[in-house]
Structure formats: C-alpha cells, structure tokens
Design a protein around this ligand. Structure first.
Ligand SMILES: *Cc1c(COP(=O)(O)O)cnc(C)c1O
Length: 404
C-alpha cells in the first residue's frame, strides 16, 4: 500500500481562523444584519493602482496578436521584471544582480517551495509569535522545529541563541526572520540583524528573510532588506511579495533573492534554485509579470506609495484611540499591524469576544500565533477608512469599561 507523507499527522490543527469565522457566524445569527468592523484581515482592501491596471490590460492585448503573443515564460522570471527588481534594490544601495532575482507566484508559495533546497534532517528556528506557515511547512517535511519565544522584554525582537549557554540544540540550520513582523509589527534594527547574520555565518545556517512588509518601513535607519547587512550574501535568502506592497494578494506575484555567494557543502544555492525552477515551474504568467513591472516604474511607485499611506493613516487613527484608552502596543509604525496587550490582563479570546459582542469589531487573537502570543491581540490596518474610523471611536468608548 502507498505510504503517504506521515508527517502530516504531526501538524497541529490551527483553529485560529476557523474559530474566528465560527464566532462571527454565530454572532450574525443572533444579530441579523449587524455591521461588523473587520480589523482582523491580513488581506488588502484597496484595488490595484492605475499603472498596474494599464500594464495588465496592455499585456492582455499583447496576447491577442501573433506578433506580440508570449508563450512559455523563462522559468526564473521575465528578464524585464528581474531587471526592474534588481534595479529597485540598487536604487536603495543594495547591489543585487539580475540572475540573483527569481520571480515567484507569491511569498507563501515560495516559503513552502524553497524548502526543497534543504535536507529533511535540518532543524528550523522560528521566532514566535509567528506566521503559522513557517512551522507547518517544516513539519510537513519532518523537520525538527526550534521555537524561540519573543516578548515584551525584547520588544518581540530576540537576539540569536547563545550556543555556549543554550547548548548546541539552540543552533538551527534554517532560521526564519520576518521583519516587519506579522503579527507583532516589530522591525529588526541593523545591529540586531547583524547579530543574526553573524550567527548564521558562524554556524553555517541559512536565514529565510521574509520581507513581505518592507514597503511599510518609513524610518530610514531600519533595514528594508537583509542584504543591507554586511555578510548577508553568504547566509540569507530574501522572500518578498507584491501582495501587501501593491495589492497583489489576488493577482499573485512575488520575488526571491538568492545571492550567488550562498553555498553550503560545495553546493551553490542560487544554481540549485535555477535547477529547481526549470524542473518544477514554467514561469509566472506574462500578463501578471507585466503588471508587476509597472509597480517599479515612477508612476507605479508613486501610486502604491499613496495606497500604503492610506493604510498608514488607518494605523494612526487606531493608535490614537489606543493611546487615549491607555492600551500598550507594538507596531502601527513601519508595519501594517498593531499588536496590543489585552487590557486588564485579559486573555486573547476573552478580548476577542468582548470586542465582537460589545463593539462588533473583529480582530485576531494573539494566541493564534504561538503560545507566547497569549494575552496579545492583532489589529490589521488594511481595512476600509470608514470601518477603521468607526472602530477607533468604539474602542475609545469601550476599552475603559472592559472588565474581564
Ligand atoms: C501576507 C504575507 C506574505 C505574502 O504572501 P503572498 O503569498 O505573497 O500573498 C508572506 N509572509 C507573511 C508574513 C505575510 O503576512
């Protein structure tokens, strides 16, 4: 009999979004027609910008005539888009060559696929609270997970483990860093990121740097790419996405940077990924890549900047309300998430129930992102302005009366 991948039996059921939808459904059943203010979503709400729509339409027309028609695209990405992305890095002082950039169908796809490069006997270090896919993709492959909790004491930005104090078990082969972070909104500074880079180089680990939210960084002192850190080209892979940057969540486009200087055990990871892509994909749609390239034009940049500013304004509206209510939080600046401490020491789900029942506000309980998220709560700033303003008003009124 065929033996399936038995590692799937080791996956922990994630009830987070299921539980949220169940609670919403029963609330709406009891209160038909209630208008919910959705601050829980990790999806964007603004449409694609004009420059992207124009490019997508132009690319559809290209496909309508034999002279401009495109069939299979190069597996690692269209040269025009790889070049635009490399130039985008260079414009920020990071020297990346075109053949170090790989176009993908999004960061989630890539976060899973990239694990093909690594042995199943490797260990994976995940800083928690974390995006659940990091753990699950490695459990599916049977890898051992090293959970590194973070908390208020380090601003949700832990330093690398100390092999001499924490033991060899603390040294992982694959290290996940998500900065700006989902869910905490915390952003690694240069000095701390350099410590992780040094740690990875010393131990022969590889850092998977999830930069899905880099476009939300406004403080110039904070790194938007791990390749701004000296030494990163010999230990890091950067995974990026146009989902949050430019509203591509339903359109699907991302990119990955694998430096040519990244080798382990005599194997070059850039060359391995070329081999992987040419075997396992036939490239991303020409039309979508054309749309993506428009993001890197001056008009495109200006237009996506306006959308990002809209979400940043949402963040200001919410954080002002939290400030007034005396709620302690991280993020909301340089990141589209606000990570707040549940008032009065409440647990995450009690606060969720309170906001839903008393304010018709839907957020995300922090305990869904790992046990150290208990007692915390995530607001997304990707909602509509109307919902955000109304939620801010209700929060200012409700929180002072909250008694768990
Ligand atoms: C949204 C998100 C992504 C992006 O995923 P796509 O597949 O590109 O839409 C990646 N990482 C994190 C942490 C995210 O929150």
């Amino acid at each position: 009999m065929l033996k399936p991948n038995m590692n799937y039996a080791d996956l922990k059921d994630s009830y987070l979004f299921y539980n949220i939808s169940q609670k919403i459904a029963s609330y709406l059943e009891a209160h038909p027609g209630a208008r919910l203010l959705r601050l829980g979503i990790g999806d964007v709400t603004l449409p694609l910008c004009e420059a992207v729509i124009g490019a997508l339409k132009g690319a559809v027309d290209d496909q309508a005539a034999a002279e401009t028609f495109h069939g299979y695209m190069p597996e690692c990405g269209a040269p025009f888009l790889r070049e635009a992305i490399a130039e985008h890095y260079r414009s920020r002082g990071v020297n990346i060559s075109t053949d170090e950039v790989f176009v993908s169908s999004g960061a989630s796809d890539e976060l899973g696929d990239i694990l093909d490069l690594f042995d199943r006997g490797n260990t994976a270090l995940v800083i928690e609270p974390a995006y659940p896919a990091y753990v699950d993709a490695n459990v599916m492959a049977g890898r051992k997970i090293i959970h590194v909790p973070s908390g208020e004491e380090n601003g949700f930005l832990p330093a690398p483990p100390d092999a001499s104090a924490d033991g060899e078990d603390a040294v992982a082969d694959i290290i996940y860093i998500c900065s700006p972070n989902n869910p905490t909104g915390a952003v690694f500074g240069r000095e701390l990121l350099k410590k992780w880079v040094d740690f990875a180089n010393e131990n022969g680990s590889v850092i998977i740097f999830d930069a899905a939210y880099e476009a939300f960084i406004e403080d110039a002192s904070l790194p938007r790419s791990i390749f701004e850190i000296e030494g990163a080209k010999t230990c890091a892979i950067e995974i990026c996405s146009l989902s949050k940057t430019a509203g591509f969540t339903g359109t699907r486009l991302g990119y990955t940077v694998i430096p040519k200087a990244l080798s382990r055990c005599g194997m070059n990871l850039n060359a391995m990924w070329v081999r992987n892509r040419t075997t396992k994909t036939n490239g991303v749609s020409y039309i979508i890549q054309k749309g993506g390239a428009a993001v890197f034009t001056p008009e495109g940049r200006e237009q996506i900047e306006a959308n990002i500013n809209y979400y940043k304004q949402n963040a200001r509206i919410l954080t002002e309300a939290l400030d007034k209510a005396g709620v302690h939080y991280f993020g909301g600046r340089n990141a589209p998430y606000i990570w707040l401490r549940c008032p009065c020491g409440a647990d995450s789900w009690s606060f969720f129930d309170f906001l839903l029942n008393e304010g018709q506000i839907v957020g995300t309980p922090g305990s869904g992102f790992g046990s150290c998220g208990e007692g915390w709560f995530r607001f997304s700033t990707f909602g509509s302005r109307n919902d955000t303003e109304e939620a801010a008003k209700r929060l200012a009124r409700l929180i002072p009366n909250f008694k768990p």
